[in-house]
Structures are given as structure tokens and as C-alpha cells.
Design a protein around this ligand. Sequence first.
Ligand SMILES: [Zn+2]
Ligand SMILES: [Zn+2]
Length: 88
Amino acid sequence: MTFALSCPHCAAANEDPFEVLRQGAVDFTTCISCAKNISYALLDCERCGHENVLVWAKHPEEFDINQPHCPQCRAPNAYATGTEETLE
Ligand SMILES: [Zn+2]
Ligand SMILES: [Zn+2]
């Protein structure tokens, strides 16, 4: 399965074979188009299993949720409901 990250700087679609993804953790990659860093995180919806891809233009100081609900089933993401122990 591939993921497309939409670059927050230039909007290029970065389709990348991320093979070592840390679920629920913020990681970063480099845009194929503008070469800037893209911080991203993947969250699996606990209700429907939809993979939510969050992106930031810079590394968030805290786990800053900009997509608090699953776009598919509207369930709140776990990170928006206070599972603090996984927010390292
Ligand atoms: Zn870019
Ligand atoms: Zn969902």
C-alpha cells in the first residue's frame, strides 16, 4: 500500500513507499518537489480502520491535531480524545 502526502509547502503529491511507518508517531520526509521537510503522522481510525494521514509544514512541538475526526466515519481520532500515554 502506498500513501500520498500532499506537501504543505508546494502541494505536490509525494507518493512514497514508506515501509517503516511508526503508527501514531510523528515522522518526517522530504518533498520530492521542493525538498522541504514534511512532518506527517498516520493514524488508524479505531472505528472503521481508515488510515488518516496528517501533515504539517514543520515539526509540531506537540502532537497538534489538525484532523480530529476520521473523514470517512466521523469518529474522533484517538489522539483527539486523550490517549496521552502514546503522545511521546
Ligand atoms: Zn513540496
Ligand atoms: Zn473512521
